[in-house]
Design a protein around this ligand. Sequence first.
Ligand SMILES: *Cc1c(COP(=O)(O)O)cnc(C)c1O
Length: 429
Amino acid sequence: MNYYSLHHKSPKVSFKDAVINGIAPDRGLYFPENISPLNQEFFNHIEYFSNEEIAYEVIQQFVGEAIPKETLKQIIKETIDFEFPIVPISQDVSSLELFHGPTMAFKDVGARFMARCLGEFNKTNNQKVTVLVATSGDTGGAVADGFLDVKGVDVVILYPSGKVSDIQEKQLTTLGKNITALEVDGTFDDCQEMVKTAFLDAEISRTLTSANSINVARWLPQMFYFFFAYKQLKNKDKELVFSVPSGNFGNICAGIMAKKLGLPVKHFVAATNSNDTVPNYLEHGKYTPKPSKATISNAMDVGNPSNFIRIQELFANDINLLKKEFSSYSFSDVETKNAMKEIKEKANYIADPHGAVGYLGATQYLKEHKSANCVFLETAHPVKFLDIVKSTLETEIEIPFQIQVLLHKKKVAKKISSYEELKSHLNAD
Ligand SMILES: *Cc1c(COP(=O)(O)O)cnc(C)c1O
């Protein structure tokens, strides 16, 4: 399988080079040249397949010859060795829990898969690669955990000081070894800007790659759990709608890819917080990126979602085609908190703020359409947003073991406030 750049000014590359480069030399995102639907038999009998078998079917064409079959199966096995349960909330709405991985957010799947692919490619490569990544919260922890001890790979994580939750900060600052955390005096946008500048800077001596969802090895495995959801649905006659709490729009774009592979999905709802660039675009037909605003669903505080261009590509850059299968709604922090309370009252279920935004997207869809099987993605465990969950719901939550062990660890981060400091850090050794 080859990948082309969405800016169309760089040569096509293999899966391996797309993963190593992260982004094409012309700054375009990579996109697969072909998308071949899976066999109808596979969908008819999906409940007889294990998650590992499903994941292999789904990803295989996108990896192609780049990784031997048995190795790919092993990578998949290590990537998804946890549960992806669906929990009913009301008659038409259920929660797909994606937080049962090591860092308790859905990004574990993409980060683990990418780390193992890069580790495989580095087996025969003596040059070290540095993964440089900006995080608004969850990416950092998932990438740190996924890449810990991967041979030949150093990880440098930039995060905005004071703008990630305590637990998120612990997850990315306490591992040590090949993982370095840089605490940036600024916003997530500033972090992302520094990372982009570093990629363009010819004076950086290290080989850099990205582990944001622009990287195809992080983006594509996110298709898996849309299939896992379908497998679990008992009532397959009701039309399936996914509501995805969205920031950089990588997750929902993977869902749309799953549909291109034949997954019977009626509609996608991209639920956002007050960072409403995409809902505005659908309403007014003009894409106007804005600086990000801080909200209680901080992992979605993105003003210029990098994967939206891939979604447009999937709909031939035609907004009318897009609108037939895709809606996007924005919700305020007040609405999000009220949704958390409503979910607790109705279903005795504790949703984190991101999942609550997804729930709001599902209920908004149901207001405008008839009954459907609406599944929202619960993208993080509520404990990751402990303060806000506790104060909104006036309840205690049990702290899972993998988080408890973190709380006693010491944060190690280097403070930086300018690009020059990042550059000298990267060129130091
Ligand atoms: C990253 C993240 C999102 C947004 O996902 P995108 O793929 O960037 O749209 C939503 N919820 C949580 C908890 C996240 O960590």
